[in-house]
Design a protein around this ligand. Structure first.
Ligand SMILES: [Zn+2]
Length: 132
C-alpha cells in the first residue's frame, strides 16, 4: 500500500505536489528564510523545486506580496533566491539521475566496477538470455 504523502500547493503554478518536491519559505520575525525541514514556525508558503517557479516567484514584487511585506532588502532577496535556486537545481539533478537509473534498470543494465576503478554498464543475462 502506498504511503500517503502530504500534498501542498505551489504559489506560482498552483499545482498540488508532494511536500518534499516543494520548497517552503517562511517569514519569521520580519526575516524570510528557506525552511529546509518544512517545520519552521511562522507564516510560510510553498514553491516548486523547479527553477522556473523559483524564477517567477522572484520576479517583480511577487515574493513581497506573498509574504505581505512592503519591501525586502535587495541583498537579502538575492541571497535567498540563490539558496532557493541551488535547492531547485539539486532537486532537478536528482530527478534526472533517478529517471536515468530507472531507464537503465528497465533495460536490464547493471553497473560493473572494474578492478581499476572504472565503472561500465552491461546488460547481464541469465541462462535463458533474459536480462537479470
Ligand atoms: Zn510551481
Amino acid at each position: 500500500m502506498a504511503k500517503r504523502v502530504p500534498q501542498r500547493m505551489c504559489v506560482v503554478c498552483r499545482k498540488m505536489r508532494n511536500k518534499r518536491d516543494l520548497l517552503r519559505l517562511v517569514r519569521q520575525d520580519g526575516e524570510i528564510r528557506l525552511d529546509a525541514i518544512g517545520k519552521m514556525p511562522g507564516r510560510g508558503f510553498y514553491v516548486c523545486k523547479d527553477p522556473a517557479c523559483v524564477e517567477a516567484l522572484w520576479k517583480g514584487r511577487r515574493l513581497e506580496q506573498q509574504l505581505e511585506l512592503k519591501a525586502l532588502e535587495p541583498a537579502g532577496k538575492d541571497d535567498l533566491k540563490a539558496q532557493a535556486m541551488a535547492e531547485a537545481l539539486r532537486w532537478q539533478q536528482e530527478q534526472a539521475a533517478t529517471l536515468l537509473r530507472q531507464q537503465r534498470q528497465a533495460k536490464g543494465e547493471t553497473t560493473i566496477l572494474l578492478p581499476d576503478g572504472r565503472q561500465v554498464r552491461r546488460v547481464v543475462k541469465d541462462d535463458n538470455n533474459k536480462p537479470l
